[in-house]
Design a protein around this ligand. Sequence first.
Ligand code: 0A1
Ligand code: ZN
Length: 881
Amino acid sequence: MRTNQPKTIYLSEYKVPAYLVDSVDLRFELFDDGARVHSTLSVRRNPESADVSAPLTLDGDSLKLEHVALNGEELAASAYEDTGDQLVISKVPAGFELTVVTWIEPHNNTRLEGLYKSSGMFCTQCEAQGFRCITYFPDRPDVMARYRTRIEADKSTCPVLLSNGNDVDRGDLDNGRHFVTWEDPFPKPSYLFALVAGDLVEKQDTFTTCSGRDIDLRIYVEPRNAAKCEHAMDSLKRSMRWDEEAYGREYDLDIFMIVAVDDFNMGAMENKGLNIFNSSCVLASQETATDLAFQRIEAIVAHEYFHNWSGNRVTCRDWFQLSLKEGFTVFRDSTFSADVGSPTVKRIEDVTLLRTAQFAEDAGPMAHPVRPASYMEITNFYTLTIYEKGAEVVRMIHTLLGPDLFRKGSDLYFERHDGQAVTTDDFVKAMEDASGRDLTQFRLWYEQAGTPVLTVSDAYDAERGIYRLTIQQSVPDTPGQTDKKPQHIPFALGLLGADGEALPLSLESTADDESAPTERVLELTEASHTFEFHGLTQKPVPSLLRHFSAPVRVVYPWTREQLIFLMSHDPDGFNRWDAGQRLAVDVIQSLVGSPDFEVDPRLVDAYRALLSDSALDQALVAKMLQLPSEAYLIELSESPDVAAIHRAREKVLAHLATSLRDELLACFHRNAGAGAYEVSPESIARRSLRNTALAWLLMINDDTGRDLAVQQLSDADNMTDRMGALRALVNSDYAAERSQALSDFYERFQDDPQVVEQWFSVQSSSDRAGQLPQIQALLKHPAFDWKNPNKIRSVVGVFAGQNLAAFHNPDGSGYSFLGDQVCRLDDSNPQIAARLVTPLTRWQKFAPAYSSLMRSALERIRDKTGLSADLYEVVHKSLEV
Ligand code: 0A1
Ligand code: ZN
């Protein structure tokens, strides 16, 4: 058991740094058995620090210190203290040059923080605190310096040597070695430092900025991936143009590089001028990547690129401000994706993630505000709350201010804070100053954790023609936070008449009712509000929280008739989809644990209408046909019995499929590929509809679906259709076809790691192919690799996060399995271990038979010897509640 508890860091204890670093001169000598890092810092006392006699304190982690010199003079061992995680020099002048030489071992670095090796290449990951694994440094984002980096390595194994900024010098050295020197003119925090050295090929392109500058664009990949960069490059150019047009942001350096690496803890990293990507987030071809992967790549390329302004030029003062860059950048990338694709579909996807996973986080033991007040291990705070809820908070500012004032606010923010490390409050202040709006109460969105609940009731006064809507809000208690204040919530709504017409929303009886808008954004600021809509000759059907205008739960007693009505009449596509989801949830929930089984025929009719109406937006139809996921049904349930939810959902699916067989067949054939493959919203929708129809057809126990799937597997010219057929077969009861399809698929794609990851996932997520013994067999498969986070996620993560019936096996075997894997991983990669444990942390939510077993699995992890700080924080906080 870990005896020493990791330290808690508090926002309230923030102090400006006692010393600033103006410039950093780095020399890396890279060898097979390690790397020597020579670092020379130009340091001066911070005039803003009150602590004039503070020692110089530099962070370090897993470093071997070889040499320290101050102004060129080697320091005696007695002049400094090396505490293991800090180098403390007690007497330093007001300004000086410090040289530190460290020895590190990238080839033994399994944590993938700092400098490490992935498939033979050297690469770095410095956010949040990885730079301290390279050299001693004040490793905090408010210390911004100019970097000059010289990399020396063997020329044959590392022909390509990259770092941030511009390449200013290069040459040959003795013994077959060479060097390249990079200089980054923009001061940056250490977390944005990057280095890559390896045998890579370069894909080159050019982008001409709005002011006419030519930017050299390069994507570096291993030679076998050379043909898979085009989509990322196109996405990059689209992102660069979009940021100029939507935000007036022009790229600043002369070169922008992306490197793909196979072993990476997260999706990608926005290092200045040298983004490093998880291979799965950059490489794509028609044959190997699904539509979902293409869209994900475009969004992540955009996200990292947009960070150049929202994150790099203006960065975070401290890690409590993480959402300053992440929430804003997710908002930017999701607006970009909406603009280049289908806005309604993008909104549906974002809200699905938010409601399924972020709401669950907000209701769990790790719930924290968008701007947390404390943490133990910062990497545990790269969460859905910081990213997705943070983006929703920025979106609400956009809604409240409107697009023009929001743009004025972002211009002011970038102008005012360029080159600075700032806070979320500075962001809000810029929005206030540019718009003249008071966002004082709005700031509670940053401070209060938990998902607000809006309880809506209504009444119609026929005599006076008034419709009254009362909205009460409450914010639930979360760990360490109770008695919360009402928040400032933009609530978009419309009212529909009996024929589906949009009714004017007249809030005053004197107004000209006919000219009133048909959609309004109400601003909720109190615990309860009543709004009166005048001039209504009939009781309307309310369309509430249009576009999901705030990240809240809405409770309203919809009838099934109202939901069916909204599904076909709401002018807001998002709310049409939402009505369909609510209807399906209601039908499934009513069947959970029920002995008799009768699916409301109105649900079948509603889906029949969707399947048959080709005049509808097919991208929206494709989304509306997806039943709410098990994870979402569990999230909505008070004390979920997972097996019962799984059974009810499966039964509804099978009933729908059987009742709609003819329509599904017609939909399948109508949406056959037409012409050459393209990744446009229309063709994505077509493939999605076709593959949903196929999956449903396989639920019927005749062999039509099976034959179509087998045929599609052999005919497919793209991974979306191939994977659609494979998934449908894997999730069917056709055991022989399932194993044949899986082995053929592996045979064909075994040399492509990204496809093998998909092959693992399709099995791990399936209750047919991914029961525990099968998962254990996958861990022994030759393609599985405990050092590769993607493989771990695609087997262990997908099993625990998506194969819910198998993971929540009532015998507790899924839980102990996860506990074992988490403990095993904690020794090699604690960041991944702490993420992987998430499903167990929700133990309190489940029905007692599940929760006690989940809790015991957590307790066993808690008792592991040598628990990392990462895992300590998550496990202890989960057990404390
Ligand atoms: N800033 C990156 C995500 C990222 C965060 C932490 C990492 O290592 C601990 C790596 C990447 C982004 O938002 O894309
Ligand atoms: Zn980011």
